[in-house]
Design a protein around this ligand. Sequence first.
Ligand SMILES: NC(=O)CC(=O)C(=O)O
Length: 266
Amino acid sequence: MKDFTLGLCQFMVTNNKKENLLTALNYIEQAASNGCNIIALPEVFNCPYDNNFFNSFSEEEHNSETLNLLKNAAKDFNVYIIGGSIIEREDNKLYNTSYIFSPEGKLLDKHRKVHLFDIDIPNKITFKESDTLTAGDKLTVIDTPYCKIGIAICYDMRFPEMFKKMALSEAELIIIPAAFNMTTGPAHWNLTLRARALDNQVFVAAISPARDTTASYVAYGHSLVASPWGDIISSLDDKPGLLVCKIDSKLLYNIREQLPLLKHSK
Ligand SMILES: NC(=O)CC(=O)C(=O)O
């Protein structure tokens, strides 16, 4: 692992795909001009997070205006892009999928959300992703010249065993496009992200859409970076914003040496 600068783009997602793509591109350009080497977008960043929109906003990988834009942006700005997630369509099935591009514009890998968000908290929030989506079934850890990056999507973060597997596959940074809501966000967002970082002695970066109180699903916001010590080293509030965070590789090496949790794990 070596030092680098991470950019998290937290913006408002609307029901106009073209507008969302333009916003994403503007944020990527701004992050690149602030020296970011790795830039990440929110969960389902080109479409409202709502089952009613998923099918009509879905795209096939081989013919996707969103993936073309991300690929070209990665090349034009010479950066790694963790493309939040989009609704991917394949063989009449829909997936919540994150695509990762290299600075050469090469598709390095993709991660399909493994744990679908099916919850029912009476009078608070009910959501059933499995009404429209199919779950992914693989772990995603990619190698870059900066560090090994694990990818998880939102509800995946609640499953510590998945994060342990990524850490054992040598992930040093885990990036999580996510969209918690106004019930689970205040209760669990910081706690869960800090715990995943501390347990696995990795940097954790979570990127949410900005909060839109008029949306059917109101995202919590609060994109953040947690360190391998388990503290929050940089964060946003609920409004649109760009988070630029310098990642100090020494921090990870020192913490792993001084408190060798991964070595002692049985
Ligand atoms: N939206 C999700 O996938 C997860 C979430 O909001 C939560 O776990 O809370």
